[in-house]
Write a protein that binds this ligand. Structure first.
Ligand code: FEO
Length: 170
């Protein structure tokens, strides 16, 4: 049995990961509408990863005999004025996800919940990758994105991303 506060925080995180999936889907659709299929591909795969994160948190609660509580997922509420903006929003969002995961980790540390800390280790590492990947898109966009040929090549590069399932096993 897990600490009640930890269970509540993980339930909240499930919702946050599903919201993350939802906003990346919105970003993917924006790029699709803008005929940037590579960007759209990258963000759609990001949606799949976020769904995986939600499932991992959910499975962790179920594995430990705890109740999963699914709440409404907030609608994405962004208006994009240029192609750079979704990537910038994605990076800002990942910083929030990192903070949320660190918050659960700190709570687990406080109550000596070593099991949850060990489970969260994967997410701590994953977040450094999530931040790096989104930040890289912004930096590459700033380098090449304002030139039509550069944008075309960057779109092709992002179009090459393929989905791979998470390496974490409960
Ligand atoms: Fe599930 Fe992008 O953090």
């Amino acid at each position: 049995m897990l600490n009640k506060d930890i269970v509540a925080k993980i339930n909240k995180q499930i919702n946050f990961e599903l919201y993350s999936a939802y906003i990346y889907l919105d970003m993917s659709n924006y790029y699709s509408d803008s005929n940037l299929g590579g960007f759209a591909n990258w963000f759609r795969i990001q949606t799949q990863e976020e769904r995986d994160h939600a499932m991992l948190f959910m499975d962790y609660l179920l594995y430990n005999g705890e109740k999963v509580v699914l709440e409404d997922v907030k609608a994405p509420n962004f208006t994009y004025t240029d192609f750079r903006q979704p990537a910038a929003e994605a990076y800002a969002h990942e910083l929030k996800v990192t903070a949320a995961i660190h918050d659960i980790y700190a709570a687990a540390y406080d109550v000596k919940d070593f099991r949850t800390m060990q489970f969260l280790d994967w997410f701590v590492k994953e977040q450094s990758e999530e931040e790096k990947n989104t930040d890289e898109i912004i930096k590459r966009y700033d380098l090449f994105g304002n030139d039509a040929k550069g944008l075309y090549l960057l779109d092709a590069e992002l179009g090459a991303r393929v989905y791979s399932p998470p390496s974490l096993v409960l």
